[in-house]
Design a protein around this ligand. Sequence first.
Ligand code: SAH
Ligand code: SF4
Ligand code: F3S
Length: 460
Amino acid sequence: MKDNTNINAEIRRIIGESSPLAYVRSFGCQLNVSDGEKIKGVLSSLGYGFTDSEQDADLIILNTCAVRESAEDRVFGIVGSMKKLKERKPGLMIGIAGCMTAQSRIAEKIKTSYPQVDFVVGTSAINALPELLLGALQGRGFSADITEYDDFSEAAVQVRESSFKASVPIMFGCNNFCTYCIVPYVRGRERSRRPEDIISEVRGLAADGYKEIMLLGQNVNSYGKDLGGDMSFPQLLRELNAIDGDFVIRFMSSHPKDASPELIDAIFDCEKVAKHLHLPVQSGSSEVLRRMNRNYTAEKYLGIVDEIRRRDPGFSLTTDIIVGFPNETDEEFAETLALIRRVGYDNIYSFIYSKRSGTKAAEIEDTTPEDVKSRRMRELLEVQREVSAEGYKRFLGKTLRVLADGESRKHPGYITGKSDEFIIVEFEGDASLIGRFVRVQVTETMNWAVKGKVILEDNL
Ligand code: SAH
Ligand code: SF4
Ligand code: F3S
């Protein structure tokens, strides 16, 4: 691992007693948010405090996402607008981190077109951050480090956003090369963290009173394969379940091609593991799934769903769908709608296909017009609204365990949280409940959530 002792000391000397403030903003998936917390950890150890306002910041780091073009456009828009900010405050330093930086054409574009940016730090180069920062503090001009270091640091302490919900990455990278997806190109191959490191981190979080542990990886079901296979993901779930404490274990994402009977057994056997599975299907058409290189068919996917529902008919499932994959036909899209109705998801994260240069799908000549894609998206959202509103009725009168998360923005006086089943639950209550488990009896269902009344507050 890079030894930053001298660099860190030099930064602290330059900063002195000035207590500078950093604004770190993460885009994209929860793995990236977790990296953002590590970036904050590095900055905190150097003497930086944090602010939620760009205006107040002495250092701005944008931790970017490259999964869709819209995500990249947004970042370029924000960086563009920071030119003025920097003119007003010349000492301001701006760094770009995250997945966009791993594409050389983007790193080049930042360097040539956005002189307000001081440095670019790659996804596995967080350890290089102090060196880049020092260069900027010393006014040495633009610098970048997008090397793929494989010593992604166990040492990097996170500054966590929440005091009761914690993300724990269990692996990095992806080997799957779904034809539409940029992630394997920007995040490299699968690397699993050592089980003992994960277990000791979760033990520490449980001891600190964290109530939700979210295990993260692009495909958690292939956890451990690169470590020799002594610890599979279902085994890891069992190990974590045995840790003392009152917390719920969640995980994302699960690739259907690797969702094994052992995984399903572990979910049902482990009382701390949430009774919810996010199982991204992407499309209901086996032919589209083949073109996406997903390595399962709609029938195989439905087989997994049926096995779960055989054991618990009300089990909650959520998914990701891509609408308008190149040359998706009306019939193929209809198969997606049919699958959504058949599975009865509680929630769907749906995206219009975005062409990512460098991926296999980007080479396909796409004849589907954009307005057809938008119409399909509207249809899908309509079907999903119906399906989830209907599905939520199964909770009426039931009591759910809910981790109170914050005050409802839509309904003043209400607290919102997520049930173990990952359903949004709103209930009357005050802010003192936030960060605690409560039992809520469901009295009403809405399109996107359920409402209820608190019947018991846990751990009083
Ligand atoms: N590893 C996860 C997904 C990570 S990306 C998995 O395989 O489930 C999150 C979601 O973004 C994907 O599930 C997919 O639905 C969507 N996505 C990825 N690339 C996309 C693209 N090029 N266009 C539109 N959506 C995309
Ligand atoms: Fe992308 Fe597929 Fe890997 Fe998920 S499994 S990150 S969709 S390549
Ligand atoms: Fe985006 Fe990178 Fe995550 S591309 S979705 S932030 S792994």
